[in-house]
Design a protein. Structure first.
Length: 223
């Protein structure tokens, strides 16, 4: 009886060791998590790896929460046929909300016209933006993890929220403003790719935004 117990313990230990080794191996293969706030060198390296000819034009800083530094990088995209910045990277790491990064890509009328000559807008048109966001935030299994998760569903052209869900790197929310269906009449639109550390952090942020909005509405009524 004791022999059977000993064998069972050995087998259980071996199984646990195997699981730990697989876990460690998976961690080694994840994209490196970038240090927040992101440096110019980090963004430049991500751009080079992604094969993107985007250029940093401006850097803005602000205090988000007590002493938490929030940084926004504004980038220009030469092939957008625009003489202004069309990509924005807003990010910070705070005690309450963890690591949060939002990448905004503005699609102007010229870029939109180029896409429409090829047919309907699809997830493939946003892949370089999604891959770039994954590389910047880090922790994903691969640069195209966000894209692969999105492309399995139909791109909702008449909704503000295009996709959201938990991934290896964190909780990802992809939005469009206005809805893609309105881009033509609005002469363009914006894609928002926001990554949170977890779904709980996302929910906490939503609650904070709702609370702030309620306070502002109450103040407006009183005034």
């Amino acid at each position: 009886m004791k022999l059977y117990i000993r064998i069972a313990i050995i087998l259980a230990s071996a199984l646990l060791m195997g699981v730990l080794l697989v876990y460690d191996k998976q961690k080694e293969q994840l994209l490196p998590r970038s240090v927040f706030p992101l440096s110019e060198e980090t963004i430049a390296a991500a751009l080079e790896i992604s094969g993107l000819d985007w250029h940093i034009e401006r850097i803005d800083q602000r205090i988000v929460e007590e002493s938490t530094l929030g940084v926004t990088y504004s980038l220009s995209v030469p092939n957008d046929k625009a003489d202004y910045t069309t990509v924005f990277i807003d990010h910070y790491q705070s005690v309450r909300f963890g690591r949060r990064m939002q990448l905004i890509h503005y699609w102007n009328a010229s870029r939109l016209a180029d896409l429409q000559t090829q047919g309907e807008i699809s997830w493939a048109d946003f892949q370089e933006t999604l891959d770039f966001a994954a590389r910047l935030y880090g922790g994903f299994q691969s640069a195209d993890e966000i894209y692969q998760a999105c492309r399995s569903s139909v791109l909702p052209e008449n909704e503000g929220t295009l996709w959201k869900g938990p991934l290896t790197g964190g909780y990802c929310v992809i939005e469009s403003r206005p809805a893609i269906q309105s881009w033509k009449t609005a002469k363009g639109g914006r894609i928002y790719v926001t990554v949170y550390e977890s779904e709980s952090m996302f929910q906490q942020m939503q609650q904070e935004m709702s609370r702030t909005k309620g306070e502002q509405q109450e103040k407006t009524i009183i005034d």
